[in-house]
Write a protein that binds this ligand. Sequence first.
Ligand SMILES: [Cu+2]
Length: 325
Amino acid sequence: MNTATRLSGFALGLAAVFGAAYGVGQLTGPVNVVAAGHDSGDSGHDSGGAGHDSGDSGHEGAAGHLPGGLLVSDRGYTLVPVDAPPGEFAFRIDGPDGGPVTDYDVTHDERMHLIVARRDLSGFRHVHPKLTGDGTWRIASPLDSPGVWRVFADFTPTGGHPLTLGVDVTVPGTLTERELPAPATSATVDGYTVSLSGVPQPGTSTMLTLTVARDGTPVTDLEPYLGAYGHLVALRRGDLAYLHVHPEGSPGDEGSGPGPQLSFATEFPSAGVYRLYLDFRHRAVVRTAEFTVQVKDPGGATEPGAGQATTGPEDGHGVPGHGHD
Ligand SMILES: [Cu+2]
C-alpha cells in the first residue's frame, strides 16, 4: 500500500518538527513545520568513522520510568538540530548552562551515537557524527528519503548521565509510505539469515537469542563492533520509544562467543509492536537484520492483525515452547 503524500515543501534541506508523535501514516495534510533556526556555518563534511556503537541499554528519561528517546530535552540537556548544507545533517546538544556541550565520554568506542529511523520504522541507520569545535555534530545525512524521521542522540555528557534524546526531522518530498512487515522470526540481509527466538514479555527482562547463519552455515566468527558482537535496537510502533541492548557479556568474556548465537536480555516497556534492528559485523562489513515483533501481555489481548514474534508467517524456524496461552 503505497500512498504518495506531499509533505510541505521546504527550502531547507532539512527542517525539524519538534515534539510531534504522529506516525507517517497519519500525514495526510500539510505538516506543521518549525525550521531549526540555528546556523552552523561551514560544511565540515565528515562521514564519520566506520561504525561503532552505542550506549547502554535503555537509558531512562528524567521521570525515571520512561523508555529512552521520547524526550527532546532531559536532565537539562536538549537535542537541537541546526541548519546544514544539503546532504548533511547537523545538531548540537545544549547543556544545563545553556551553551552547547563539547565534552562527552566515549561509550562503545564513540562519543556520539546517532540512530535514525523514519516514523514508519523504515530507514534505520546507526552512524557516528563528528564534533566540531563549536559543539556542532556533523555527518553526511543518513535521512535518505522523504518523510518524518525520528533522530536519536545517544551519548554521555562528561560528568553527566547517559542520555538518549529524540527529535523529529522532516525531509520534504514525495513520501512513499512503507507498511511495517509482519512479525517474523527470521530475517535475511545480504545472504545472511538471522533467526530470532525467545518470547518477549512486557515489563520484565526477556532473553532474546539471535542466531546468525550465512548461506545456511552458522557464523562463528562474528567480529566485535563497537565493543560488542552485536547491538540490538528496538523501536516501539506508535511513539518510537527506544531501547538499545547489548549481548550478555563482552567480547573476550567466557560465554560471550562470536556467534552464531547472540543473547540479549531485553526489557520491553509495554505490550505492543516493535521493530528490532540487529547490527552485526562479519568480514569487515556491518549489516543490520530487522524484525517486527509483537510483545503481548501474558494472557492479554493481541493487537489485531499482528502475530506474535514466535509465530510469524514466514517462520521456518519454529521455536519450541513459545508462549501461547
Ligand atoms: Cu553508535
